[in-house]
Design a binder for this molecule. Sequence first.
Ligand SMILES: Cc1cc2nc3c(=O)[nH]c(=O)nc-3n(C[C@H](O)[C@H](O)[C@H](O)COP(=O)(O)OP(=O)(O)OC[C@H]3O[C@@H](n4cnc5c(N)ncnc54)[C@H](O)[C@@H]3O)c2cc1C
Length: 414
Amino acid sequence: MLRKTDVLIIGGGITGTGVARDLGLRGLETVVVERGRLADGATGNMHGLLHSGARYAVADPESATDCIEENRIIRDMASHCVDETGGYLVRLSDDDESYFERARRSCLDCGIDVEPVTVESVRDDCPQLTSDAERAFRVPDAVVHPFPLTIANAVGARERGGTIETHAEVVDVLLEDDAVVGAEVRHRGASGTEEIRADHVVNATGAWAEAVGAMAEVEIPMRPSKGVMVVVDFPSLDAVLNRCRPASDGDIVVPHEKTVVLGTTSAEIENPDDYPKTERETDLMAEVASEMVPDIATARVVRSYWGVRPLFGGTDADLEDGRALTRDFTLLDHEARDDRPGMTTIVGGKLTTYRQMAQAVADHVCSVLGVTEPCRTAKEPLPGRDDPDALRDALDEFGPLPPAEELASDVLRK
Ligand SMILES: Cc1cc2nc3c(=O)[nH]c(=O)nc-3n(C[C@H](O)[C@H](O)[C@H](O)COP(=O)(O)OP(=O)(O)OC[C@H]3O[C@@H](n4cnc5c(N)ncnc54)[C@H](O)[C@@H]3O)c2cc1C
């Protein structure tokens, strides 16, 4: 079997589906191939925070600025995938007072709205906040639902003539005269493979980008970094809580219906398909979160899940702790970098900045293919925002829900 399309996108996470929708809106035909279900990778196994950028404002102001810009766009264009909870940065008595001030000022410098609040008023959203809390400010953090966001992008791509193939694994990249011309795809349950040829191939396989790069005979050194999230019963938190100190394990609590999601960690691993998951790491999440909210220590643990960040390799010094690597994304133009025309790789970033990443890829692919249509994704609402029925069938078609969404099935279908 042989198929031909304008752009073949490998990977059906938020990045791959976001690229497909963007290119579709510019008039290009796309095919997305995903080896499992949509959002099977980091996208369906993340913490659920639509970053305001406050967490990054001190250490990585560029990232923080990107986050707040994209946070505003997503809250508008994809309001049906977001719970507008707001969030707090909270300083406990042992935390550095000067860091609190630095964080507040850095947020303002990055354009993040900061509302000074009393610790008493934080208790309106979190009655069980520790008596040890001394200061807090409010930021426009929100809760994002990665599954409907991914589905909305997939539906948007389809509305523009795109095709979404799940359980379709790329097993080889097709090379002709040193150029990438497509990929060989194995469909679940089918005998043999299919060749999908394309004018351009986008490698959006996140932590698996290195393996797909090897198929195209280019080196993409990834430093995948695992993180754990622990879901506990806790109906009385209505906003995101961030511990106001330099980023460390377990310092964010995200409300999710009648539960909260505690997280997360960052530790480099070798293989994104097979890595150690220890009880010590899961226990640590409740230990650290209970410093902010003591009752979390005795709340019922519903389950835990793990995700792998698609971090691009950096210098040796960067590698000691995956968190030190920038969360900004990297676009690899393989023609310029490796003399391998026909393929672009996109790795890194955050779910919050997926639209900006997709725009960068689509701008690049369009310039290679001579397409001059501008990006429209910052202004065009995602399917389902104005017509709630638009996603209903697709949610069933692409389900069941990934770990990050299991508790929200009623919300997603209302
Ligand atoms: C623990 C953790 C917590 C996080 N929390 C947050 C947060 O709170 N807020 C935030 O903004 N971001 C967060 N992130 C970051 C965010 O989840 C990721 O940046 C984002 O989801 C990456 O999306 P992606 O599409 O690039 O990669 P992925 O979602 O990993 O998608 C890659 C896809 O490629 C597929 N694939 C791989 N190989 C092949 C192949 N050969 N053929 C076909 N398909 C293939 C995989 O199955 C996968 O579905 C978190 C990440 C982690 C790991």
